[in-house]
Write a protein that binds this ligand. Structure first.
Ligand code: C5P
Length: 226
């Protein structure tokens, strides 16, 4: 008898759409694994910066994506997942907007994306996977059985990022965040490889003004219809 493929729920969307929070909560509820694909791009950008490489050098970035060792360390006590890059715990550095901008710059290079392709596929393990990113439903797991695309107005997304970063003690302004978010969206949506867009078979959920619990319920109903 043919074996059933491991189920996948893809959650794509622009920065600040709530993907990270929602993906974690939904994965916890389903008891599925979680892939934070943005962390992989952030880790490569970070490793490149740490090695003093030129982020606009496509060949060097592709090589860096192939050789950077990235490991997610999930604490048993339900604490925060740590991201270990080339043996160094880079979790805090990866959260900054600088790391987000570096990730977005190198993510436009096809060589970087293909270097991370198999690594991302490798996260598909039983009993299931929640995959958070920009191209999870379109490129990495096009055969996923469940796909959502989360959006929210740019202003709301900037406000969410502002609160998140402030809570973590980072020094940011709302106006600067809004500008950065809009620039990152523009770059992610207009690049030629794997641009940010909903898969044709994804359910788009506008999360503007909806509390987290409401979004989690809406996403879960895609996996477990009533
Ligand atoms: O989701 P996060 O903000 O951590 O992603 C950082 C950047 O990495 C995004 O702005 C995007 O350019 C890139 N990215 C991507 N494809 C993914 C995940 C992230 O291009 N699947």
């Amino acid at each position: 008898m043919p074996t059933k493929p491991v189920p996948v729920l893809t959650i794509d969307g622009p920065s600040g759409s709530g993907k990270g929070t929602i993906s974690q909560l939904v994965a916890d509820q389903l008891g599925w694994h979680l892939l934070d694909s943005g962390a992989l791009y952030r880790a490569v950008g970070y490793a490149a910066g740490a090695a003093g490489l030129d982020l606009s050098d496509e060949e060097a970035m592709a090589r860096c994506a192939q050789t950077t060792k990235i490991r997610f360390s999930v604490p048993g006590d339900g604490g925060e997942t740590r991201v270990i890059v080339n043996g160094h715990d880079a979790t805090d550095e990866l959260r900054t907007e600088t790391a987000g901008a570096a990730a977005s710059a190198i993510a436009a290079f096809p060589g970087v994306r293909s270097a991370l392709f198999d690594k991302q596929k490798g996260f598909r393990k039983a009993p299931g996977l929640v995959a958070d990113g920009r191209d999870m439903g379109t490129v990495i797991f096009p055969d996923a059985g469940h796909k959502v695309f989360l959006t929210a107005s740019a202003e709301e997304r900037a406000r969410r990022r502002y609160k998140q970063l402030k809570d973590k003690g980072l020094n940011v302004t709302l106006a600067a965040l809004l500008r950065e978010i809009q620039a990152r969206d523009e770059r992610d949506a207009s690049r030629t490889v794997a641009p940010l867009r909903p898969a044709v078979d994804a359910l788009t959920i506008d999360t503007t003004g909806i509390p987290v619990a409401g979004v989690v319920a809406a996403v879960l109903s895609v996996v477990r219809p009533a």
